[in-house]
Write a new protein. Structure first.
Lengths: 160, 160
DNA sequence: TATTGTTATACTCTATAACTATA
DNA sequence: TATAGTTATAGAGTATAACAATA
């Protein structure tokens, strides 16, 4: 009879914190507040598209946005249509492929997403304001590497 | 005329990684895979309730589960009903308050959630297997503190 | 014949409102 | 009168399937 399996206690203690953090950030007041500051609607989908375009720092195709956000194409199609109506993005022909369109931020869109991200990231910087500089740098560095490694590891899982 | 605001570049570079990580973990194959290993349905809600009960390590009231998961009461009511039908949790009277019920894992439920979490956390441990021990410890420590600080900071935002 | 994107539709997750029972 | 939980309903978020245009 096999010993009953127990999850690792150190990682187990992190889990509820991450859950709570993730829920608080995605569903809570924080994003709502930052979106208000920027004069943007506070739905996650459109904010995700705008943020993706801003961090890419260049026009992206619908499929590229979908891939970066890890969602399916039709979701992006609708978000882009709504954003275009609001004058925040523009669709231009892709010179290399007539099937595709490149999505780019308008000036209005770029300004709004800058206000949004400045408010959001500023808030996180505030939360870390009392930390020793070394710890802050370590967290940012390790978190980035962690995300990259997990993503890589995941694509291997998807292949099998 | 004010200088246009620019978000902090170091935090900005972390953002798409976190988004991708979060999406891959919550919607991707990972949770699905771990749930399969444990013989559990792969819906996020019920897995969240089971995980919350396991990490609390004691019976919780519906309201307590909702608070820890940062969702509203009715959501938990339905999850608990479904889990009870599947024999994974049990509702017992709260000796201190006849309005409330305490939700606790059955033996079957406890075993299943242990298998689930062992698989899930084991997978993360694998992704970190090549890291220097110091970096791993730092990440777990800093991440836990970060989550706590952000949560605290957030409740202040909710008051204003 | 494969790929990019769109339209139409359906499902999952979560919230709000109205209600019951107990404090 | 306030609180714990439930029932019923509605909305946001995301996926799947079928299709059009171009490669």
């Amino acid at each position: 009879m096999p010993e009953p399996t127990e999850p690792r206690p150190d990682l187990l203690s992190v889990l509820p914190r991450i859950t709570r953090l993730s829920a608080a950030v995605t569903r809570g007041r924080l994003v709502e507040h930052a979106a208000e500051q920027a004069g943007l609607a506070r739905d996650r989908g459109s904010l995700g598209v705008l943020t993706t375009l801003r961090t890419a720092d260049k026009p992206l195709r619908v499929g590229e946005i979908a891939e970066r956000m890890q969602v399916v194409g039709p979701h992006i199609t609708r978000q882009v249509q709504a954003l275009e109506k609001r004058g925040l993005v523009r669709r231009v022909p892709d010179p290399h492929d007539a099937r595709a369109r490149l999505i780019e931020l308008t000036d209005t869109g770029a300004e709004a997403v800058n206000r949004y991200l400045t408010s959001l990231l500023g808030w996180f910087a505030d939360a870390l304001a009392d930390w020793p500089r070394q710890d802050r740098d370590d967290l940012v560095r390790l978190l980035a590497r962690f995300a990259d490694d997990v993503t890589t590891h995941l694509s291997r899982l998807d292949e099998s």
